[in-house]
Design a protein around this ligand. Structure first.
Ligand SMILES: [Zn+2]
Length: 134
């Protein structure tokens, strides 16, 4: 016979807890290295795919934030200047807050749509829809 406490614990495991929301949405950390005066990013596409956003949009945002430019070399990007992974991760977090997380409920389950040259965010969790400026 199962103790009541054990049963409660089992139920808690089955039901999604409030605390799990955050850990489920873990943005991949940037992968790359600094070479001389340049910074290489090898997993930008993977990060953009995870966020369900256009790779070019993410790149454009990062370059603007870092005040630099980049060239694409086969599968990776080479940025002019030295940027620590920590700094790039911070910028990606900023991107997530501005272009991925819902303004209303802060959940990351959103889609970006473009209609008549206006970009909008639509939240799958709470239904909020609002235009954003890129
Ligand atoms: Zn929402």
């Amino acid at each position: 016979m199962m103790e009541y406490d054990d049963l409660v614990k089992r139920m808690e495991k089955l039901l999604p807890g409030k605390g799990e929301e955050k850990t489920r949405f873990e943005v991949p950390k940037v992968k790359g290295r600094i070479q001389g005066k340049k910074t290489m990013i090898i997993n930008l596409k993977a990060i953009a795919d995870f966020l369900d956003r256009d790779e070019k949009l993410l790149l454009k945002f990062l370059l603007k934030e870092l005040g630099t430019k980049a060239i694409k070399e086969s599968t990776h990007y080479v940025l002019t200047g030295k940027f620590s992974a920590q700094l790039i991760n911070e910028k990606i977090d900023k991107f997530v807050n501005e272009f991925v997380k819902c303004r209303e409920c802060k959940k990351p389950d959103t889609k970006m749509t473009k209609h008549d040259r206006i970009n909008s965010i639509k939240c799958m969790a709470c239904g909020a829809k609002y235009p954003i400026r890129i």
